[in-house]
Write a protein that binds this ligand. Structure first.
Ligand SMILES: C[S@@+](CC[C@H](N)C(=O)[O-])C[C@H]1O[C@@H](n2cnc3c(N)ncnc32)[C@H](O)[C@@H]1O
Length: 174
């Protein structure tokens, strides 16, 4: 998973832009490749993942950032992050939106934890040139449209963009 998704994580960091002074939530970070990049510049990063195995890998990989108080890795999922209302400036979820058991509940929860003017970034395999390994994971347009519609039901500003390897939905709170 680390190797498969590494180029996607780099593209997302470019898309996210500067994160200085921002509190960030990553949903479903898996072993934590993106967590490592996010903690380099964000004020604070929280990673929530329902898998104990994945949390263990991420905690092991980022012990220094956790000890320094710059990162927390906690149990949670898209539908129940465990964060208070309006807790973060940015929420990012990479390669897990298509496996959330309840898309609308996930979108509502991530909207709840974002501050006004906050940004939700959902990325899935795809983009302009999907890698050979992720080609089979690209979602049909109908499923992409369902994600976009779920976002539009909550967020006033939604757009879909393609990077080289990722199909990305960006949504902003009012
Ligand atoms: C394919 S991995 C992607 C990991 C990482 N984001 C990446 O791109 O390398 C999917 C991750 O989502 C987590 N996950 C599964 N169900 C989830 C849910 N309902 N909400 C959030 N994350 C979930 C899994 O435990 C796993 O860590």
């Amino acid at each position: 998973m680390r190797l498969l998704n590494r180029s996607q994580q780099r593209e997302l960091m470019t898309l996210l832009g500067p994160l200085a002074g921002k509190d960030v939530l990553e949903v479903g970070p898996g072993p934590g490749v993106l967590l490592g990049l996010l903690t380099r510049t964000a004020r604070h990063v929280t990673g929530v993942d329902p898998s104990r195995e994945m949390r263990t890998l991420a905690i092991r990989a980022h012990a220094v950032a956790i000890a320094a108080g710059r990162l927390d890795v906690l149990p949670g999922d898209a539908g129940a992050t465990g964060l208070p209302d309006a807790a973060v400036d940015v929420v990012v979820a990479v390669n897990n939106v298509a496996i959330w058991p309840d898309l609308d509940a996930g979108v509502a929860e991530l909207h709840r934890v974002l501050r006004p003017g906050g940004r939700l970034v959902l990325s899935w395999h795809g983009g302009e040139q999907p890698s050979r390994t992720s080609r089979g994971l690209v979602l049909p347009e109908e499923r992409l449209q369902r994600i976009e519609n779920a976002l539009r039901a909550r967020f006033p500003d939604v757009r879909r963009t393609l990077t080289r390897r990722c199909t990305v939905f960006e949504a902003r709170t009012a």
